[in-house]
Write a protein that binds this ligand. Sequence first.
Ligand code: FES
Ligand SMILES: [Fe+2]
Length: 334
Amino acid sequence: MNSLDNFPYPGVTECWHPLLESRALKDKPVSVSLMGLPLVLVRLNGQPRLFTDRCPHRLIPLSQGFVERDCLVCPYHGWAFDGDGQLRGTPGTQTCNTTAKLSSFPVQEKDGLLWTRMQGEGGEPLGFSDLPGYVHVQAYRSLDCNFFQSIENFLDPCHTPYVHKGLLRNRGAQQMRISQSVHSGGFRTQFDLPQRQNGWINRLFDPGVNRNVGRFDLPGRVELDYLKDDRILLRVVLFFVPHGASKTGIFARLYATRSWLPSALRFAMFKPFAETLFRQDRAMLEQQQAAVDRFGEHYRFADTDIVARPLWALLHGQTPKAGADIELNVAAGQ
Ligand code: FES
Ligand SMILES: [Fe+2]
């Protein structure tokens, strides 16, 4: 059975998705999943290979197995598969008298990540955007929440005075002028900020950000720039990975300007704040997913849901419309 037929976001099923940091694939097979399908990544003859994670003999996950003589060997009865997924050996017999082949998927390496595309043809992995002259750190996290909600949460300003109260925003004037444009396979939202964000993170780290630009590109790249006038002070790039209908992975890169303070120290100072923000979002998103599991994905969209409509359209294979320009105070009523 092809689990992709039931995957709720048809707009991303034919795209390249990142699965694993390339350096994490060494001499052992690794279990991964994409759009609900269990997969095994393995390096055979030095090349990364991707197969369905199921031995055709008695269905044991091959990710539990091992590599021997450039074959992936099943841990149950030792069937051995080569780089093309072809069965090469069945222990106990001199010759392999059974034919079997694993389903395989293409793998490309780009920007230190291993990518695959499970359906369709052509196209290229998006990769991280280039930002010369900046330093960066990278991390991976996962959430028990669907693809749509995980992405929307990151681009949505309206939850910040509630979920991240005190840390990102507080009671008071937090005006934003918002404009949006759409482009092929994505959209861009600009938030002009007449007042500085009034949470603790901004008091500690913000040297005068007065504009945010959030960009989304299919299948799951989100880029959020924090600018002072036209200069990028901080860029966060997140690749969301639809591991399953209710499981989403995130490869995150944080780019910062160079300064006299060593970048490792600056990132280490910022890390506890970023982890707290993530924990706060995760608590909300995982409750939301429990409700989606129970009631289905039915949402009511309002005009203040700036990214929800174009994102929903793109994930469902439709052409989005840009939202109208609006002005709002996200911390009103706090
Ligand atoms: S289940 Fe894999 S060899 Fe038997
Ligand atoms: Fe958040």
